[in-house]
Write a protein that binds this ligand. Sequence first.
Ligand SMILES: Nc1ncnc2c1ncn2[C@@H]1O[C@H](COP(=O)(O)OP(=O)(O)OP(=O)(O)O)[C@@H](O)[C@H]1O
Ligand SMILES: [Mg+2]
Length: 341
Amino acid sequence: MISIKNVKKIFSTKSGQVRAVDDVNLDIAEGEIFGVIGYSGAGKSTLIRMLNGLELPSEGQVLVADNEVSSIKGSKLRKARQEISMIFQHFNLLWSRTVQENISFPLEIAGVDKSERLKKVNELIKLVGLDGREDAYPSQLSGGQKQRVGIARALANNPKVLLCDEATSALDPQTTDSILELLVDINERLGLTIVLITHEMHVIRKICHRVAVMEDGKIVELGKVLDVFKKPQAEITKRFVQQVTEPEETKETVQHLVDLYPNGQIVQLAFVGDSAEQPLITNLIRNYQVTVNVLQGKISQTHSGSYGTLFIHVDGEKDEVAKAIEFIHSENVGVEVISHD
Ligand SMILES: Nc1ncnc2c1ncn2[C@@H]1O[C@H](COP(=O)(O)OP(=O)(O)OP(=O)(O)O)[C@@H](O)[C@H]1O
Ligand SMILES: [Mg+2]
């Protein structure tokens, strides 16, 4: 569906040249939810803007839905853009228009007649869950509802590709989840290809099939989300994975735990995409003469398994504790023994 070939984007600024996108090659399949993650300035927006022709590459080729977006112009480009929609962090709604009128806008531009417009708008309002709010103005809506309008408007012309530039970054965690669920629903129902960029790993974990990690204009890692979570290669990817597996507060309290449990061992277990924490602990207790206490941690369940960190305290005879820890190591979970002995 999308093919990016040897693409570079170089901006000339007063202070010199900026390589915003530096030799990127990427293929995204039809129906895929593809995530691009990177820190600020990595080149994510520049890359995604080349997919709908808002930016032209300095070098290379961009193909989307059989159109060479990087070379077509004028009416051809406008037509191609109807197949490539976009939603934004700050929604970009028309403030003087109601929900219904906002969603209708791209249909008016495309010259769709009034009765058909109304029909389509009503369908879209149902699809994004805004029934009853048709006549509200954007200023009367919550952030999540505004983004639902953004999504409905983006879907008006039956696009093949939906681009999302930090579409949930202005929303609280719960609203983020509901918008992500809506995107999954749309992807499954309409078979829409979705490319989303974010700096939050939980967004990737929650809905993406594959992910590319960007740093300094380059793709430094690319793969299936689960594989990347399990075996992050690049340093930057490891940091992103930690966002999900290691809540900040746990690090701070580790020393406290060590002081609290002078005997035995404190072990930090990291689970990435395995539903293994229950059997692991059951087996520990069953097969070794040790006591196991779960001290703290956070595990979140997703469609691709559980992610998170658990701190456990393993106590007993020194030999048994050592055997138990050896067993944990053999179980293919991330293990770090923290306390002294
Ligand atoms: N129009 C422009 N002119 C000059 N430099 C630009 C332009 N647009 C982007 N850049 C530069 O290109 C680099 C990549 O910017 P880009 O907006 O793609 O990053 P990003 O990954 O989307 O960051 P963020 O997470 O902050 O949105 C940055 O160094 C930026 O300053
Ligand atoms: Mg950006």
